[in-house]
Design a protein around this ligand. Structure first.
Ligand SMILES: [Zn+2]
Length: 256
């Protein structure tokens, strides 16, 4: 029973994530009602949970019949499953609550960066402050959390500055090599929630995942369009989110 309630709660919070991911890039107020991106019609109340919308309307707008992307139902399902999964691992603890909150933040950042290449300061900066304030109550303790945050900031900021200088000197856009400012703040958040020294594993995984992603994109471009898209940049933030989440939830390794 409690797992059903948890899934329901995760589902509703997932719907909020979708709302923010729609509203932030459009510079609408945080929680304004969802609307169809094609005809602008406000979604009817019964349509606001994307999973239901998909089941009832097969993913089409009720007004203009434009297709609705898969992102919204996937986010709702992912958030709900994560809340339940974390509960089976941590039970009714403060640690569960913190990891559930961080999971939702990771999801929101992943979606906005994937879709718009943007990590919103209005999301990540309060998240950093919250994670610092909550760190004494986490399993990590505040020392490891703060050390992790500072360590991640220093490393990723150094890479950011280095690639900035390098691209100025060489007058080229580095293909996928450059981190953006959003990656620096996101990495700091990852550092606080994974702690020292686990954060270094998270950074390495994120860069490896980003590299694999870049190779796949290049291979795809080469096969489909017979050209090498060397100027394409990698959105690193989604990989930081995935790697950060995995290391946060499995601090001793997935098989540990
Ligand atoms: Zn529509």
């Amino acid at each position: 029973m409690e797992l059903v309630l948890l899934a329901l709660m995760g589902w509703l919070v997932g719907a909020l994530v979708n709302r923010m991911a729609d509203n932030l890039p459009a510079q609408r107020s945080f929680l304004s009602a969802p609307q169809c991106p094609y005809c602008g019609t406000l979604r009817p109340v019964g349509d606001q949970l994307a999973v239901l919308r998909f089941l009832l309307r097969r993913g089409y707008c009720s007004n203009c019949h434009a297709p609705i992307g898969l992102r919204a139902p996937l986010v709702e399902i992912a958030n709900a499953s994560a809340y339940v999964f974390l509960w089976t691992r941590y039970g009714a603890t403060l640690q569960w609550l913190l990891l559930a909150i961080y999971t939702t933040i990771f999801l929101l950042v992943l979606v906005t960066d994937w879709e718009h290449r943007l990590v919103f300061n209005v999301v990540i900066l309060p998240a950093i402050v919250f994670a610092v304030l909550a760190s004494p109550f986490s399993n990590l303790g505040w020392q490891r959390a703060l050390l992790g945050g500072v360590g991640a900031f220093v490393i990723v900021f150094a890479i950011y500055i280095f690639s900035l200088v390098f691209s100025r000197v060489r007058r080229i856009e580095i293909a996928g090599g450059a981190f953006g400012q959003g990656d620096v703040t996101l990495a700091t958040f990852v550092g606080i929630v994974t702690g020292f020294p686990a954060v270094f594993a998270a950074i390495v995984y994120a860069i490896l995942l980003g590299g694999v992603g870049a190779i796949l994109v290049l291979a795809y471009e080469l096969l489909m369009h017979r050209r090498l898209a060397l100027t394409a940049t990698i959105p690193y933030a989604p990989f930081f989110c995935i790697a950060g989440w995995v290391v946060m939830v499995f601090p001793n390794g997935i098989w540990g």
